[in-house]
Each structure stands twice: as structure tokens, then as C-alpha cells.
Design a protein around this ligand. Structure first.
Ligand code: 13P
Ligand code: ZN
Ligand code: NA
Length: 283
């Protein structure tokens, strides 16, 4: 059975660490994440964007991650990441999804509340946890592209009102991180995060963690971040390893040969990120 991320994040909040949420795409990336989390005894969230759901199929994703959660003792959750379509979220919940993000952050405040509230009312009937976003991250996450002029930081007072009026379980905050990698080291607004934390008691989520230095992420965890999202930094070593493999072995065609080094390259990043989140030995 899949579990909601509610208890996992409340445990992280109490324990002063964050649960890493890794974006996965297929069997191999799921295996790397759960095998590594199991070795380090870390709770873990496997996240799927709408384009991953479209690519892999929601039923396959649910069954593969359910299988992983039965195989290992650590808490393993499946989470819909950056979903914007309320109906597809409801369908996924009816198929067994226990954790969802409704991303209505591109809508005006009142509209964002209305959309999120509809998802929360539905989700809570099925014991499903809901993450929403207030403020908007710059950068690209699959098909979701936000340029500099459209981005905005989270307003702490509005965050308090947003959380109270929607009843969400966790809140994604915009404090200077971006989806994808950075041209220069990102400047994070820790004071803003502290202010949000003072006014909002639910777990806070950091998106765009690829490219954010280890110590900066650690500081955000001290300041109230309980879930850290990582996508881009996992994709790069996987792809680089494949390129290197085929340069050296142009005639190889066995996926069991060329995927193994790719998985090993990705694993190193998963280990580093679990340590960064301080979630090892918390599972
Ligand atoms: P990165 O690609 O920057 O790691 O962002 C991941 C993310 O926020 C997924 O929702
Ligand atoms: Zn994100
Ligand atoms: Na990033």
C-alpha cells in the first residue's frame, strides 16, 4: 500500500531533517532511489511530474513504487509533482495515489486558493496529503517554464492566510531557488524563510534544489524546510554515463550492460542528497 507523505514530513519537522523527494522516470531510476534510500535507511519520496506520468503511465508508476514499498522497511511514498490539472489529480487519487502537489501558483492569490481548496477537500476524504505552492520559482521543470519576469517570492503573511484557508498539508515556498541549474550561485532569502516558518506551522518544501550548495540547503532545513526536491542533478550523471558508455562501446546493445553504469552514476548523487537532507538513519 502506498502511504501519504503527511507523517513522513511531520516526523522530519520534529526531527530537524528533510525528506528528499527525487524525480523518477522509469524502473531504473526508481530502483536507484529506493535501493540507495534503503542502504542509508532514509525515508524517501519518489516524485512524478505530469510528463513523467504521461511517459510511464500512472498505473505502472503506482505498481512499481508499491512493490518497492513492500520490499523495504523504510517509508517510501509516491508523490505527484507540479500537477496543474485538478481532474487528473482526482483520477490519480482514485487509482491509489496518496500524495499530490497541486500547482496553481501561476494563478492570482484567490484563484490559487480556490483551486487548492478543491483538491484538498477531495484528497482528504481519501487520506491523501496535499502540497501547494505560493510564490513562483523561476526556471524549467519539464514542460513548466517560468521566466524571470513571472517569478515571485513567497509573501509570509499571505502564506499564513493561504495555509489557513486551504488546509494544505505542506507548502512549497519561493525563496530564491530555481528549477534546473544556476548560472551563478543562488542567493537564498533565509530571512523570508524564517518569517514564513514563524507564521506557518505546516512542513515547508524547497523546490529547485539541484545546484544549490550543500550548506545552503542545510541552512534552509534549520530554518524549517522538511522536504527537498531534486530532479536535474539526477538526470545529468545518468545521461553522461550513457554517452560515455556508447563512445567506448559503440556496438553494445544490451540494456542490462549500458544501464548499470548509468544507475551507478545516479546513485552517487542520491547518496549525497540524502546526507545533505540529514535523512539517513531516519527511516
Ligand atoms: P531541480 O531540477 O532544480 O532539482 O528542481 C526539482 C524540483 O523542484 C521538482 O519539483
Ligand atoms: Zn519543483
Ligand atoms: Na535547481
Amino acid at each position: 500500500m502506498l502511504v501519504s507523505t503527511n507523517q513522513m514530513l511531520l516526523d522530519a519537522q520534529k526531527g530537524g531533517y528533510a525528506v528528499p523527494a527525487f524525480n523518477i522516470h522509469n524502473l531504473e531510476t526508481i530502483q536507484v532511489v529506493v535501493d540507495t534510500a534503503n542502504e542509508l535507511k532514509s525515508p524517501v519520496i519518489l516524485a512524478a511530474t505530469p510528463s513523467t506520468v504521461k511517459y510511464a503511465g500512472i498505473e505502472y508508476l503506482i505498481k512499481m513504487i508499491e512493490t518497492a514499498s513492500e520490499k523495504y522497511d523504510i517509508p517510501i511514498a509516491f508523490h505527484l509533482d507540479h500537477h496543474e490539472d485538478v481532474n487528473s489529480i482526482k483520477e490519480a487519487i482514485l487509482l491509489g495515489c496518496k500524495s499530490v502537489m497541486i500547482d496553481a501558483s501561476h494563478h492570482p492569490f484567490e484563484e490559487n486558493i480556490k483551486i487548492v481548496k478543491e483538491v484538498v477537500d477531495f484528497a482528504h476524504r481519501y487520506d491523501v496529503s496535499v502540497e501547494a505552492e505560493l510564490g513562483k520559482l523561476v526556471g524549467q521543470e519539464d514542460d513548466l517554464i517560468v521566466d524571470e519576469s513571472q517569478s515571485s517570492y513567497t509573501d509570509p503573511k499571505l502564506a499564513k492566510e493561504f495555509v489557513e484557508r486551504t488546509g494544505v498539508n505542506s507548502l512549497a515556498v519561493a525563496i530564491g531557488t530555481a528549477h534546473g541549474l544556476y548560472k551563478n550561485e543562488p542567493k537564498l532569502d533565509y530571512d523570508r524563510l524564517k518569517e514564513i516558518k514563524k507564521l506557518v506551522d505546516i512542513p515547508l518544501v524547497l523546490h529547485g534544489a539541484s545546484g544549490v550548495p550543500f550548506d545552503s540547503v542545510r541552512t534552509t532545513i534549520e530554518d524549517g524546510i522538511c522536504k527537498v526536491n531534486i530532479a536535474t542533478e539526477l538526470k545529468i550523471p545518468f545521461a553522461e554515463s550513457l554517452k560515455e558508455f556508447f563512445l567506448k562501446n559503440p556496438n553494445e546493445s544490451d540494456p542490462r550492460k549500458y544501464l548499470i553504469p548509468a544507475k551507478e552514476a545516479m546513485k552517487k548523487v542520491v547518496v549525497d542528497k540524502i546526507i545533505m537532507c540529514k535523512s539517513d538513519n531516519r527511516g
